[in-house]
Design a binder for this molecule. Structure first.
Ligand code: THG
Length: 266
C-alpha cells in the first residue's frame, strides 16, 4: 500500500514557524496527532526555514514530537550535519530525507550512512541542477541506487525522488517523470518512488485537482509514496481508491473501511 510521508511539520509553513519560534509544544503535538490519525507512515520534520536556528529548532521539534509519536520520523534537511545530529536523537529507525548526487552533500553523507539501517530518500539532483529528460532521471536514479547498495543499503530501503517539475513551464514535464518512474521500477522492482507532488501544479489555478489526478497517474507508473499533506481528505481518498484499482487492496478492505469511517466519499 501507498506510504504517506506527512509534510506538515515544516518551518516553511507560517503557523509552524510561529509555533517553533514561540516553543509552542501544544500546537506541534496537536498537528502530529492529527497526521497520525490520518494514517501517515512517516512524519517529516523540517526545521530549515529560520536561518541560523536549524540545529536548535530541529532538537526542540524532536524532543517535542517523540513522546507523542509512535511512527517513524523522516528527518528533512539538506545539511548532513543536521541529519547526523537528528539521527543520534531519534528513538525509532528514521527515514533520512535526503541524499543527492550533489558532490558536497554526497561526500559527507556516504561515510555517515555506511552500514546504517535506515530508509533513505535519494533525490535525482546533481551539481548541474534538475534533471532534463526521463533518461536523465533514470541515469541519476541508477547511480544513486548503485552507490547506496555499495555501502550496504538495500534497494528496498531506498526511496527515489525523481523531482517533479511544474507542467506550466513545459507541457512534457508530466510524461517526463511518468516515463522515468516506469523505467526505474522496471530496472529496480524493489525500489520505492516518492516525492513532493504539488510542484506539478505550480503556476496554475485550481492546483488540487491537478495534484490528485497526477498522483493517480504516478501510482500507475509505480510511485508508492509521497511527501504530502495527509489532512487533505480528497487526495487521501484518491490515493486509497487508486491503490484498490491497481490491485494493492485485497478484497477492497481498506477502501471499504475508508468509506465506513467517512474518509472516502464520492
Ligand atoms: N522532496 C523531498 N522532500 C521535500 C520535498 C520534496 N521536503 C520539503 C517539501 N518538498 C515537501 N514539504 C512541504 C511542506 C509544506 C508545504 C509544501 C511542501 C506547504 N507549503 C505552503 C505553500 O507553499 O503554499 C506553505 C503555506 C503556509 O505558510 O502554511 O504547505 O519535493 N524529498
Amino acid at each position: 500500500m501507498f506510504e504517506v510521508i506527512g509534510e506538515r511539520i515544516n518551518t516553511s509553513r507560517k503557523l509552524v514557524q510561529a509555533a517553533v519560534a514561540e516553543r509552542n509544544a501544544e500546537y506541534i503535538i496537536d498537528d502530529v496527532k492529527k497526521q497520525q490519525a490520518a494514517g501517515v507512515s512517516f512524519i517529516d520534520v523540517n526545521a530549515g526555514a529560520r536561518i541560523g536556528h536549524e540545529e536548535e529548532d530541529m532538537r526542540w521539534l524532536l524532543d517535542t514530537i517523540q513522546p507523542v509519536c509512535d511512527i517513524p520520523l523522516a528527518l528533512d534537511s539538506p545539511d548532513p550535519a543536521i541529519l547526523e545530529m537528528a539521527f543520534s536523537m531519534v528513538k525509532q529507525t528514521p527515514m533520512i530525507n535526503s541524499i543527492s548526487l550533489e558532490k558536497d552533500r554526497l561526500n559527507s553523507m556516504m561515510p555517515f550512512l555506511e552500514g546504517k539501517a535506515c530508509k533513505i530518500i535519494a533525490l535525482c539532483m546533481d551539481d548541474s541542477g534538475m534533471p532534463e529528460s526521463s533518461q536523465d532521471i533514470l541515469g541519476r536514479a541508477k547511480t544513486l541506487v548503485t552507490k547506496l547498495n555499495n555501502i550496504g543499503i538495500s534497494t528496498a530501503d531506498i526511496y527515489v525522488d525523481p523531482l517533479v517539475q511544474p507542467i506550466s513551464t513545459d507541457s512534457n514535464k508530466g510524461t517526463m517523470v511518468l516515463d522515468a518512474v516506469r523505467a526505474i521500477k522496471a530496472q529496480f522492482p524493489q525500489v520505492h518512488i516518492t516525492g513532493g507532488l504539488s510542484n506539478i501544479s505550480y503556476g496554475l489555478p485550481q492546483r488540487h485537482i491537478i495534484n490528485r489526478t497526477f498522483v493517480s497517474l504516478m501510482m500507475d507508473a509505480g510511485m508508492d509514496s509521497a511527501i504530502m499533506d495527509p489532512l487533505d481528505k480528497k487526495i487521501m481518498a484518491t490515493i486509497k481508491t487508486a491503490d484498490m484499482l491497481l490491485g494493492h487492496d485485497p478484497f477492497c478492505m481498506a477502501y471499504l473501511k475508508g468509506v465506513r469511517s467517512g474518509s472516502i466519499e464520492s
